[in-house]
Ligand binder design. Structure first.
Ligand SMILES: NC(=O)c1ccc[n+]([C@@H]2O[C@H](COP(=O)([O-])OP(=O)(O)OC[C@H]3O[C@@H](n4cnc5c(N)ncnc54)[C@H](O)[C@@H]3O)[C@@H](O)[C@H]2O)c1
Length: 393
């Protein structure tokens, strides 16, 4: 169902809503017509600061507003799939934040509601809309490193900026630690973030699906307890997943994610998320969210292309910095803006977004395989995760 102009209602006015707002306001075919938050003070403040005409504190009432044809869901995770299904049922297109669902069944239900009504559902998987990751994918598709065989993701500290673009009316962020509301059971941080890591793992392996996952656990009870970013409630987990390994459907291909940062009691000199993709003729190193300290010849770079028998090429993506992290990469700014522009372009040109509800369900399945692997201390095939498997009781 094509639309000429997106009249958007944003629900959930926490940290991430500010990045979404920038995306809508900088697109020629969109306007934010309404906002909705349970917290009326936050909602009023957000609307006033940004000149948004309508304010709701009830999602049902916002959905009943016939002027709105697009809903942006930026609420805590436990509401994502239900709110998507509700919006789709009223015939509105949806951009929903990740993780799209807490278990596959609720995500698939939302996808079916969208298909029935002919509306588009896109999941906000920002990692596949980052300039640095998109350039890496372009180089991979051009065969610059030959056949990609191995992915190494390394997660160091995300260093927070002193001044965040956030409301001075604090949101209740306790859902992030709650087993059911976060969706992650005993591993809420992993559930929130591993969807990014698995989507990147498949994106940079040229869409070869992950087949089997193994998670290494660590008992942190003897480790110094530390806090992460000031805007999040996480602290060092007693039982943590610092390493995840996986195999792909192509048996030659494999990957690893390794986390060492303040929040899990470790120190790594490199900042944020960075990925190495190793092929049979070369290697790409690329910065992702919060990334920094990737050097070549003494200069800080954002992507390195090493090729057998050729000079190394370096790339930078200077897009004005990040809104949240001290980073070389513009994640919260340009990453989010680009993904929202893509969504809007799909709506006005009647094209399928390149990251759909089904993609969102798929990475939740991989993430649940990692959590199940940690719980059962064995490799778990992704297909073992059925529609009803949950990480929480
Ligand atoms: N893609 C990314 O880079 C990225 C970054 C941050 C957060 N996220 C995701 O976005 C979602 C929101 O995260 P956040 O950090 O912005 O959350 P937050 O806790 O800062 O804000 C959530 C907001 O939703 C509101 N809310 C809760 N229930 C509501 C309801 N029923 N109706 C209306 N409003 C309601 C709260 O009052 C609060 O203002 C999470 O699922 C998170 O995983 C994604």
């Amino acid at each position: 169902m094509k639309i000429d102009n997106a009249r958007v209602g944003i629900v959930g006015l926490g940290l991430v809503a500010y990045s979404h707002l920038k995306g809508y306001r900088s697109h020629p075919s969109a306007e934010v017509a309404a906002v909705c938050d349970l917290n009326d003070v936050r909602a009023d403040r957000f609307a006033k600061e940004n000149g948004i005409p309508k304010v709701y504190t009830s999602y049902d009432e916002m959905l009943a507003d016939a002027e709105i044809n697009v809903v942006d869901i930026a609420t805590p995770t436990h509401m994502h799939a239900t709110m998507t299904a509700m919006a789709a049922t009223t015939g509105k297109h949806v951009l929903c934040e990740k993780p799209f669902c807490r278990y596959m069944g609720e995500g698939l239900l939302a996808c079916r509601s969208g298909a029935r009504k002919g509306v588009k559902i896109m999941v906000g998987e920002t990692y596949v809309f980052l300039s640095s990751h998109m350039k890496a994918r372009e180089l991979l598709e051009a065969g610059e490193i030959g056949r990609p065989l191995q992915i190494r993701q390394r997660h160091g500290a995300w260093l927070e900026k002193e001044q965040l673009h956030a409301s001075d009316v604090p949101a209740d962020r306790s859902w992030r630690l709650d087993p059911a509301q976060s969706g992650g059971g005993a591993f809420p941080w992993i559930f929130d973030h591993a969807v990014h890591f698995f989507s990147t793992a498949e994106y940079l392996m040229l869409d070869i699906p992950v087949r089997e996952v193994f998670a290494v656990t660590a008992d942190n009870r003897g480790v110094r307890r530390q806090k992460g970013a000031a805007h999040d409630p996480y602290s060092t987990a007693e039982i943590d997943i610092p390493i995840i390994t996986w195999k792909y459907e192509d048996p030659a291909c494999h990957g690893v994610w390794i986390r060492a940062e303040r929040l899990n009691g470790k120190y790594d000199y490199m900042l944020g998320f960075n990925t190495a993709v190793i092929g049979d003729r070369g290697m790409i190193e690329v910065l992702g969210e919060g990334g920094g300290r990737l050097f070549w010849d003494g200069a800080e770079q954002h992507l390195l292309l090493h090729r057998e028998g050729k000079d190394t090429l370096t790339f930078r993506f200077d897009e004005g910095g990040d809104d949240v992290w001290k980073s070389e990469i513009s994640y919260y700014s340009q990453g989010h803006i680009r993904q929202i522009h893509h969504f809007l372009d799909c709506l006005v040109n009647d094209r399928e977004p390149r990251y759909t509800g089904e993609n969102g369900v798929r990475v939740v399945q991989c993430t649940l395989a990692a959590i199940r692997s940690a719980r059962e201390n064995r490799p778990v095939r992704v297909e073992e995760i059925g529609e009803d498997y949950k990480a929480y009781e």
